[in-house]
Design a binder for this molecule. Structure first.
Ligand code: SF4
Length: 608
């Protein structure tokens, strides 16, 4: 119960489509979402797997609450070996694609091989088919979604697709669904592009089976009420995640001028409040979400003219705002729109452009190498030009399409590349919340704010029943403990899959799972599940070559700033890592979980 009980398998090389029963033992051990996908992937990839080769599986997965009336559980996750980082890749997205996949009868899809010609996969009410996508080549993600809805004759269909960036194997290409919803991080769009798979279109009308429907509905209603009444929910509904901009600036959490400046005086010009007063049309919610943090914006005239479309959220406001010292909100919204239609992760894209600007200013990149473009802080028009060049890998865009780490290598500036394990650091500065420093250094997909969010904990988003409590944001040792607990908890979230802005008490989540799956879950059980799945991702990474040396923070975010909310502060990451390994019971030399830990988590049968 809670699961549809079937996985769709598609081999693009042979065209064979088959179904197999969901491995219930895996589901019990790893819940669903990215936990379950990781267990499946574990047996299918190794150090030699080419992320852009046919042998790299691309897995779409849902969770046991996806498609139910539990709040904010309309997400799916897509996982593979990442072409950006070469290790575990995962990215989840909202909208309604996840529920539709379940309504069509499947918990997930495993796609292997490579099609000779461009294709798309349609799954309508349990019937799956590969169809030619030659007419969709070069089409942007919005056009692709519209054409497929018309072609398949079903307006309610949900389409997850790639744009030109995915087709051109931009290393941080996104998979887009339901308008501008993005599975952005770790380059899953490039994996899809490498398979010649343009889109997956799903529609169905089956119901998700529940073990105890009456009790489930009762608890789900309670959860909705709690979530709706939370202060953050109302704030995100009114102002989007951009509501955080002013506070983030004050605390030094919002990186400015590529992590090198403590204060961006014009930040309020790109805040959620300014958006609400200027270009905002209304808010938008993913399936079953009582919060509705999504923005719909419109620009009526001028060079940034836009139809009604998805507006930028907090990370994007940083990526094309404070990080490059741009205070033009309309230009920023236009840059966001381009990333949506081309299918590009805004975090990695903004970070890469800002890094190039930083190196250009330092004289490490010359005008000859930038296709004649002058890179200047605050110049959103150049950013817009570069996004186009990245999507189509034109000129200097071809280098930028490789991401921050490769640019750091090319220009002998690795220390200044704001990345961990190859993934660009998102926009919660580790100098502002020391707990984020250890999360970034150790998170399985590289620098990640969705696998341990201590910044939110320190801002009051506590889970006291799990020991996830706030404290001095610059504290080091205690923050390691909180970070580990937060990582385990968000790992559960990413397996359920529940949106991280939705935070009912842990006990309610345990009850939702109990009445959905039909097996008793306690908060402690969830904690153990989170720890198991987190360690599973670690040993998969160990198998792919990750060791102690890959847990680090780059110099650029360990350099104290002269002003702002973090003035003079930097975390002692070496000391924090030592404590982290000790608590996690990971070997400090090899970076691998000890045998005892693996045994305790029932992972000892897996070969690292
Ligand atoms: S809070 Fe925002 S991102 Fe999360 S499910 Fe709701 S609308 Fe989607």
């Amino acid at each position: 119960m809670g699961y549809m009980g079937k996985i769709l398998k598609v081999n693009l090389s042979t065209g064979k489509i088959s179904e197999e029963p969901l491995n219930m033992n895996f589901a019990k051990m790893f819940l669903g979402g990215s936990g379950l996908a990781c267990r499946i992937l574990y047996d299918m990839i190794n150090k030699d797997t080419d992320p852009l080769g046919p042998e790299n599986p691309l897995i779409f997965m849902t969770g046991p609450l996806t498609g139910t009336i539990a709040p904010s559980c309309g997400r799916y996750v897509v996982c593979a070996k990442s072409p950006l980082t070469g290790i575990w890749g995962e990215s989840n997205s909202g909208g309604k694609f996840g529920p539709m996949l379940k309504f069509s009868g499947f918990d997930g899809i495993i796609i292997v091989g490579r099609s000779e010609k461009p294709v798309y996969l349609s799954i309508i009410n349990g019937s799956a088919e590969l169809r030619s996508a030659e007419h969709l080549v070069g089409k942007n993600t919005f056009e692709t979604q519209r054409i497929l809805a018309e072609e398949l004759g079903e307006k309610r269909i949900s389409v997850a697709c790639i744009g030109p960036a995915g087709e051109n194997l931009v290393k941080y290409a996104a998979i887009m669904n339901d308008g501008g919803r993005a599975a952005g991080r770790t380059g899953m769009g490039a994996v899809m592009g490498s398979k010649n798979l343009k889109a997956v279109a799903v529609f169905g009308s089956q119901k998700v089976p529940l073990a105890d429907e009456d009790k489930f509905i009762e608890v789900a209603k309670e959860a909705h009420t709690i979530v709706k009444e939370a202060f953050n929910s109302e704030m995100f509904k009114q102002l989007g995640t951009g509501a955080y901009v002013d506070l983030a600036q004050e605390m030094g959490d919002m990186p400015n001028k590529y992590f090198t400046l403590g204060v961006f005086e014009n930040a309020s010009k790109i805040s959620g409040s300014t958006m609400a007063e200027t270009i905002l049309v209304r808010n938008r919610a993913c399936y079953g979400c009582p919060i509705g943090c999504g923005r719909v914006v419109k620009i009526d005239e001028g060079k940034y003219k836009l139809p009604e479309t998805d507006g930028p959220e907090y990370e994007t406001l940083c990526a094309f705002g404070s990080l490059i010292l741009n205070d033009n909100l309309e230009g920023l919204a236009y840059a966001n729109y381009l990333c949506n239609i081309y299918g590009i992760d805004t975090i990695s894209c903004g970070s890469t452009i800002a890094f190039a600007t930083y190196l250009y200013e330092q004289g490490k990149i010359s005008e000859g190498e930038t296709s004649g473009i002058k890179l200047k802080w605050g110049d959103i028009d150049t950013v817009i030009q570069l996004i186009e060049m990245i999507a189509f890998r034109r000129g200097f865009g071809d280098i930028l399409a490789e991401g921050v780490r490769r640019i750091g290598e090319k220009y002998d500036a690795r220390d200044y590349a704001a990345e961990v394990k190859g993934l660009e650091i998102p926009f919660h500065d580790p100098r502002a919340f020391f707990g984020m420093a250890i999360c970034y250094a150790t998170s399985p997909r590289g620098a990640c704010h969705l696998n341990g969010d201590v910044y939110l904990v320190d801002l009051g988003q506590e889970v006291p029943e799990l020991g996830i409590v706030s404290g001095d944001r610059f504290e080091e040792e205690k923050k390691v403990e909180v970070a580990i607990k937060s990582q385990n908890w968000r790992t559960v979230y990413n397996s359920i899959i529940m949106c991280q802005f939705c935070n009912p008490p842990a006990e309610i989540i345990a009850k939702l799972l109990t009445y959905s799956i039909g097996q008793e879950y306690t908060v402690e059980d969830l904690d153990l599940l989170g720890e198991r799945i987190f360690n599973l991702k670690r040993i998969l990474n160990n198998k792919l070559g990750v060791s102690r040396k890959d847990d680090y923070l780059p110099k650029i975010v360990l350099t104290p700033l002269k002003e702002g909310g973090t003035e003079g502060r930097v975390p002692n990451i070496g000391k924090m890592l030592q404590k982290y390994y000790e608590i996690r019971k990971w070997d400090y030399k090899s970076g691998k979980p000890t045998k005892e830990k693996l045994k305790q988590l029932e992972l000892d049968k897996l070969q690292i």
